[in-house]
Structures are given as structure tokens and as C-alpha cells.
Ligand binder design. Structure first.
Ligand code: F0G
Length: 541
């Protein structure tokens, strides 16, 4: 008789606690809402949707332990309990590997040993890692909680630009990455620094369904040769930092291998340039390493995460992804590391960052978050590295991509961690996909109108193809992204999405081109601009 694993189906990793019924809006009602919202995807009322794949950010269905943690937080203005618990959870997650202390359990168990709490949690003085403790955090702040990831980006890049201006006047600087996320890029550019996306070529090269069973090419990797050539061409002094985004959201959510992280870190060390992670989806990235990179099969996710982070000098993170939380972010950097040393000119960089944090988001104890939310993040960090969770999470994404590919829809293979990306250059078979027609948006408009399904565009509209130089255009892919909220959907939801996308793929003539009616040159225009669909004769609804 077959065992659980021999049954040939995914063993469920969770069960639902809460149900929400979807409303049955009509095609006409959705059309009206689309028109009134200037066909802007972000302006469509979510309540009228059946499935929402716009983002995996903050859309997580929290676990019972996270909901319980909310009650354990407190709302003190200075040093709420969760502050200590979360900072120690950060050390557990990114530094301690298999030797996590899980001090959250002291709070969960209602521990009343005050000496123990003081020793382990409230007065523990330590330094040299991503989170200074006790008085060291006051002397050299290096851990910053923020409301979400982009607030950490704002703190980092605005402060960095200020230091560069003060020390070197106005010069041109670049921050290269394997793929900056749109807000990351926008923050860098808003501070007068330029970006370069140096991901490996071949991100959308087709792979067969057979190949992806056993093999992952880590398409999110940085192209190290290009990186080194870039540093030499621009000059080491013009490159304040290097970023690696894990997983690489801009490049179809693809993972980065540990070999690549090590190689980039060697390049960064050679030129003494601080290397940072954009760490939003660190656990998903670690799962890919465990599953597909030679030598990691027997390693725990925790120890792989520890190894990944041992190569970097700091990281920004949105806890709305692999914090399993609905809100939260942070900035952390290595005490007395390359970043701190290079940019503590005149004044400690951490002190400058903290001043700005207090001015904008609130003091460092809460950084714009409520005490209960802080607790839910700490709890989430322990759950997100669970192997059954990750297996079911990545398994669902891969099921989605596989079903699309079986139906002939050009999903990027292998699928990444948090989303299925469909390649628009191959989706439109009868008519060429001209970037300026923004037909990725057209596809999403039809998905919303006809089937109540929303996705996002990661392509020429969002990355402002028409506003970019020829060189920058090379870094823009043409993708539609179906980002899957964590712990929310089951197979029936995915099957419905696959059926709807397949139907539109078969009937590509009904998908309109999109024309920008307002706000073409606004920054982050995908949140703001107005559009209108231009249908082929006879295809208009
Ligand atoms: N970095 C990456 C790689 C991201 O994917 C995001 C957000 C951020 C930074 C910013 O974090 O939203 O908390 O401010 N990505 C979401 C998405 C919005 O849909 O991909 P945030």
C-alpha cells in the first residue's frame, strides 16, 4: 500500500481558519468600474474580483500563531516587547541558522522570570552582527524597523546620497543590481543616483516541462562578468553599493544561487564595495537552493539562509512578503562592516539613519508599526522557513506554471517562487508585441472584465519603456505577473485562473492595445496614470 508521499499528490501543509465569500459582480459592473478608474489596475476595487494576483505583498493570510501573537504585543511608545522579540527573531533568522533561540516562546509561555528576561532579551548587549543589542544599538544603530520595504529604501538611499554629496560634491553614481524592484529603482533615481540591472541573459529562454522537474538554472543570478566590467568602466568610487534581489522579482521571480551570491560577494570585496540584499523573498530563495543547488539537499532552510546572509553587508526587507505579515519592513547592516565604515564620514551613518527614521516613521522601537504588528512579523519569520510551508508554496506556483505551459501559454519556466510570469513576447502569436502598445496591460484588463482576475504588468508600461534610453530599454522584459498571495488560494482557484488565461490566449484578437491618456511621465506611473483600451475592429466589447 502507498505511503503518504507515494500517493502522487501534494500533501496539504495547512488548513483554512477563515472564509470570505466572493461577490458575483457582472461583466458590465466590472467594465463600469474599470472605466471609472481610468483603466488603472491599482484603482480597480478588489471587492469586485474573484481572484487577485496583483501582489503577494501584504496579502498573506496569517497563521493562527501570528493572530495569537497580535494579542501578545503591547503599544508602548518606547521599547515595546515586540521590538526585542522581533530583533532577536532577525538574529535567529539571518545569523543563527540551526541554533535559533526563539525567544518569542518566552512571551508565548508567559514567562515571569524577570532575571531571565533581562539577561536574554531586554538587556542583552552584543555587537558585530546585523542587530546591535543593549547600549551598542544606542551607540551604533544598525537595525531599523519601517512600515514597509520602500520606507527602508527611502532611509537608505536618501541618507547615502546626502553623505555622498557632503563628502564628494555632485558626481555621478551607480548602484548595480541583478534586478532592482520598481520602488528600489525609483528611490535610487529620486536621490540622483543611477541604476543598472545586470541580470544574466536568458531569463525567458524556454525550458521544457521535463527539464524543470530536476533542474533549475537560477535565472535570477547576477552576471558577474558584466558587473566587474561595469565597476571598471565607471570606477570603484562611483559605485556606493551593489544589490542582489532575492528572489529576483524583476526577472520573473527567479532565484539566485549561493554560488552566485558568493561570486558577487568576492567581486564586491575585491573593490571594497558594500553588498546588500533586497531580501524580501529570502526563504523562497533558500528553498530553491536546498532543492536544486548541488550540495544543499541535506541542509536546513535555516542554515542555508544563514550562509546566504554571511556574504552580505546588510539588507533591506519588506516583511509583507517572507515575513508572512500584512505590514512591516526593515533595514539592517553589519556593525562595523564595509557599509558602516565607508559611509560613516564625520558622523556615524547609523545615527544619521536613526534621526531620519525618527523624523519620518517614529522612533526606532516601532518605526511606524503598531506593537501587535511587530509581534506578528516575529512570529511569521519562524513560520516562513518551515519546509512543509515552502514546499506547498513553491509547489503551488509551479503547478500554476505547469498547467499554463501544458495549455500552450508561454509561462516563464521554471516558475519563480512567488509568482507565475507570462512572456508577452511569445503570448501574441498573430501580431508582434510592440512595447509601446502595452498589450500586457490589455491582457489584464480583459482578465478583469471577463473573468474577475487581476494581475500586474512587469514590462514596458511599469518600467516606463517610452521614457528610457536605448541602453536602459535592454533591461526591460515584457511580462505579466500572477503573484500568488501566501496561504490564501487552493487548487480550485489556480485551475480557474488557468482556464481564464488559456481562453484569452486562444482569442488574442480580443485583447486591446492600451493608450496612455494621462500621466505618461509621472514617476511610478503605473499607480497613477490613466489609460484607455484600443480594440481591433470587431473586437470591442
Ligand atoms: N523589493 C522587492 C523585491 C519587492 O518585491 C518589493 C515590493 C519591495 C522591495 C518594496 O517593498 O512593498 O513593502 O514597500 N513588492 C511588491 C510586489 C509591492 O508586488 O512585488 P514594500
Amino acid at each position: 500500500m502507498k505511503t503518504m508521499s507515494e500517493l502522487g499528490v501534494q500533501v496539504p501543509a495547512s488548513v483554512s481558519l477563515v472564509r470570505r465569500f466572493v461577490k458575483s459582480a457582472s461583466l458590465e459592473q466590472r467594465e463600469t468600474a474599470l472605466r471609472q478608474g481610468s483603466y488603472n489596475l491599482f484603482a480597480f476595487p478588489a471587492d469586485l474580483l474573484i481572484l487577485d494576483f496583483l501582489s503577494d505583498s501584504g496579502t498573506t493570510c496569517m497563521t493562527d500563531l501570528q493572530w495569537a501573537s497580535l494579542f501578545l504585543g503591547d503599544e508602548a511608545y518606547g521599547r515595546n516587547k515586540g521590538y526585542y522579540i522581533l530583533l532577536d527573531a532577525v538574529r535567529d533568522t539571518f545569523e543563527r541558522g540551526d541554533r535559533a533561540l526563539k525567544l518569542i516562546n518566552l512571551v508565548r509561555s508567559g514567562d515571569t522570570d524577570v532575571d531571565g528576561l533581562l539577561d536574554q532579551l531586554y538587556l542583552a548587549a552584543h555587537q558585530g552582527g546585523f542587530v546591535n543589542g543593549g547600549e551598542y544599538q544606542l551607540m551604533r544603530p544598525n537595525a531599523f524597523l519601517t512600515p514597509q520595504g520602500r520606507c527602508a529604501e527611502y532611509l537608505l538611499f536618501s541618507t547615502l546620497a546626502q553623505v555622498l554629496r557632503e563628502t564628494h560634491g555632485t558626481k555621478q553614481y551607480w548602484i548595480p543590481s541583478n534586478g532592482h524592484f520598481d520602488t528600489t529603482e525609483a528611490h535610487i533615481v529620486a536621490n540622483g543616483i543611477e541604476t543598472a540591472n545586470l541580470y544574466q541573459k536568458g531569463a525567458t529562454d524556454p525550458l521544457t516541462l521535463e527539464q524543470i522537474e530536476t533542474f533549475n538554472p537560477f535565472k535570477g543570478n547576477m552576471d558577474c562578468e558584466r558587473l566587474e566590467a561595469f565597476i571598471q568602466a565607471k570606477g570603484r568610487a562611483q559605485i556606493p553599493m551593489i544589490f542582489i534581489t532575492i528572489t529576483n522579482n524583476t526577472v520573473a521571480g527567479q532565484p539566485v544561487s549561493l554560488a552566485n551570491i558568493e561570486e558577487v560577494s568576492a567581486v564586491a570585496a575585491r573593490y571594497q564595495i558594500p553588498l546588500f540584499f533586497d531580501a524580501c523573498r529570502f526563504a523562497e530563495n533558500a528553498y530553491f537552493i536546498q532543492r536544486y543547488e548541488p550540495g544543499y539537499r541535506d541542509r536546513s532552510i535555516q542554515s542555508i539562509v544563514q550562509e546566504m546572509f554571511s556574504y552580505v553587508d546588510g539588507f533591506t526587507i519588506s516583511f509583507k512578503k517572507d515575513g508572512l505579515a500584512n505590514i512591516g519592513g526593515g533595514l539592517f547592516f553589519r556593525d562595523q562592516g564595509t557599509f558602516q565604515q565607508r559611509f560613516s564620514v564625520g558622523e556615524d551613518i547609523g545615527t544619521r539613519l536613526k534621526e531620519k527614521q525618527i523624523l519620518t516613521f517614529g522612533n526606532d522601537s516601532y518605526g511606524g508599526l503598531s506593537g501587535r504588528d511587530i509581534m506578528s512579523i516575529a512570529s511569521g519569520l519562524f513560520e516562513v522557513v518551515g519546509e512543509p510551508y515552502l514546499q506547498s508554496r513553491i509547489g503551488q506556483t509551479h503547478y500554476f506554471a505547469r498547467r499554463l505551459a501544458e495549455n500552450g501559454v508561454p509561462a516563464v519556466l521554471p516558475a519563480g517562487g512567488h509568482a507565475v510570469y507570462v512572456d508577452m513576447d511569445r503570448f501574441f502569436r498573430r501580431t508582434p508585441n510592440r512595447p509601446e502598445d502595452f498589450r500586457g496591460i490589455g491582457l489584464i484588463i480583459e482578465l478583469i472584465r471577463r473573468y474577475g482576475i487581476r494581475a500586474s504588468e512587469v514590462g514596458p508600461f511599469s518600467f516606463e519603456w517610452d521614457q528610457k534610453t536605448e541602453e536602459q530599454r535592454q533591461g526591460i522584459l515584457s511580462l505579466v505577473r500572477f503573484a500568488i498571495p501566501r496561504n490564501l488560494y487552493g487548487q480550485e482557484h489556480i485551475d480557474y485562473a488557468v482556464a481564464a488565461i488559456t481562453e484569452l490566449h486562444k482569442n488574442e484578437h480580443v485583447i486591446p492595445k492600451m493608450r496612455i491618456t494621462r500621466g505618461a511621465s509621472l514617476r511610478l506611473r503605473h499607480f497613477q496614470a490613466g489609460l484607455e483600451p484600443v480594440y481591433e475592429p470587431g473586437a470591442a466589447p
